[in-house]
Structure formats: C-alpha cells, structure tokens
Design a protein around this ligand. Sequence first.
Ligand code: GDP
Length: 143
Amino acid sequence: MAIERTLSIIKPDGVAKNIIGEVYSRFEKAGLRVVAARMLQLTRAQAETFYGVHRERPFFRPLVEFMISGPVMAQVLEGEDAIARNREVMGATNPKDAKPGTIRADFAKTVDENVVHGSDGVETARNEIAFFFPQTDICARSR
Ligand code: GDP
C-alpha cells in the first residue's frame, strides 16, 4: 500500500445540508487526513472543465447546473490507498447501490445529487488536485 493524495469535493447538496463536519468525520475515521481545504462557488466554465470527460453524456448539463447551484467544499485527502479508501467511504455513484454506512447511502437520495466527489485514479487525482490547489497550499502533516 502507498501513501496517496486524492481530491474530494463536498457538492452543493452536502454543503446545503450542513453536513461538512459529518463528512469530514467519516474521512478522519477512515484514516484519511485533510491536507488542504477551501470553500468556493464554481463558475460554469470551471464546472464544465472539471466534468469535461462527461461532456457527451445526457446528464452533463444537469450535472453542471447542480455543481454551480451553491458553494462546494474542496479538500485534498492523504493516507494509505487514499484514492480507493475515499471511494469506499463515499459509496457507489448511485446511492441506491451504495453500501449501508457509506456517505452516499446515508446522506444522498439520487445519483444527480450524491453529496461527494472523489478522484478515481492516480492520474485523475493529480490533475484534480492541481485544478483546485497550488502545490504551496497543500500542507505536510508533520505531526
Ligand atoms: P463518481 O466518480 O462516482 O462521482 O461518478 P462519475 O465520475 O461516473 O460521474 C460524475 C457524476 O455525474 C456523478 O457523481 C453523478 O453525480 C453524475 N452521474 C454519473 N452517472 C450518472 C447517471 O447515469 N445519471 C445521472 N443523472 N447522473 C450521473
């Protein structure tokens, strides 16, 4: 196992539900450390770029509208196997398929508004982290 970093977003529905602390608690209990964080309101251009891989999908427009509907909380998580571990903690994309005890099973109702985003691979994580955070904003957790 390797120490990895991954990009996590609490989406506008999660921020609106006021469960930032609850979600962070799930990360921390899973051994993931927050090494950078910021709240921001995505612009349409940012949301379209971030989800550019889905541009041709039928859900792309509603996804962009949703992602700009309110502020998001973006964070870099660090830990052993952080990419896969975060996705375990998040649960399946569709909350109806998510295992009990996962963030999406507990807090999301539909695939359109599923509370959290998490990078799905090493390369994606690197690009998504750089999308939100300059290297100087990521803190080494030295103690
Ligand atoms: P994730 O990595 O689990 O977030 O899933 P994807 O990267 O495949 O999709 C990005 C986001 O698009 C998901 O989190 C959903 O919010 C949305 N999405 C994905 N698939 C569907 C779908 O089939 N229908 C709808 N309405 N939204 C979807």
